[in-house]
Design a binder for this molecule. Sequence first.
Ligand code: 13P
Length: 340
Amino acid sequence: MNTSELRATAHALVAKHRGILAADESTSTIGKRFNSIKLESTEENRRLYREMLFTTPGATENISGVILYDETIHQKTADGVPFPTFLTQQGMIPGIKVDTGAKPLAGFPGETITEGLDGLRERFAEYYKLGARFAKWRAVIDIGAGVPTDYAIEANAAALARYATLAQEASIVPIVEPEVLMDGGHTIERCEEVTNAVLDRVFSHLFAARVYLEGMVLKPNMVIAGRKCAQQASPEQVAEATVRTLRRQVPSAVPGIAFLSGGQSPTDATLHLSLMNAAAPLPWALTFSYGRALQETALKAWGGNAATFAAGQQAMAVRAKLNSLAAGGTYKAAMESSAA
Ligand code: 13P
């Protein structure tokens, strides 16, 4: 483990109000996104879409790193430059999703365990050679009747810690992502309770596994009411509950926290981040590692057509810029109309 390299990479990912573009959708997930614009999910269309995002003019000003999928890390720009090389040349750090997905947890109906530890040491060595300097592993915790159980939280936290030590051994910064889903009908209070319990177990396992906290990034959910809850919290309540939870659970040795968007609208995800950063000083940098909230408008504007390639990039640039302002706490909802 090279602690100075890990530390430098972790800081670079979260510094200067830049954030991460999560473009690591599996082939099946990107297929669903393409369905929404009626585009066939071929290997070339997936490559073209990622090229559109990555070559967005000026992206590097607001994007520190990009999370890639295994297929994508092996693909090239139209000019024949491997994506990780292209990103590095532009000043964006290439990252790689290494988990192999959340699978049903035997004995615990409705809960999942994220897989992918077997052979991970060898895969990390290969990904480092390909240029990856950070990685992502996503654990999924659902809220519902009788779930999550303590056992499912423990099992997922243990897997996150095993992944994180293997990443650091290979001098790759682990993004540790325990996602509490916002799919249910639960209240924001219940989300806060579960997020506290999950982060408590995650940091306990990270410490026990000897993870170098100064060389990692946490990717949590925000504390928010479930999508189907009748009582939706205000943006200020989301920001307040999220910051309160993180202050209680995340050691200040961790350089940065980069949120997932989890199904929030692009504008909600930006506003929540900005309100949290307005509560500065905070012990860690707070930024974004959004998938849908960065890509949704770009995917629609592009629509799979060569003629609207630049329009897709323009939409991507707008969200990246507004989220960067949010990482500095200076975004205002009124900026949406002038930016579009
Ligand atoms: P969303 O922002 O769409 O939740 O995706 C982020 C991510 O990487 C989930 O693992």
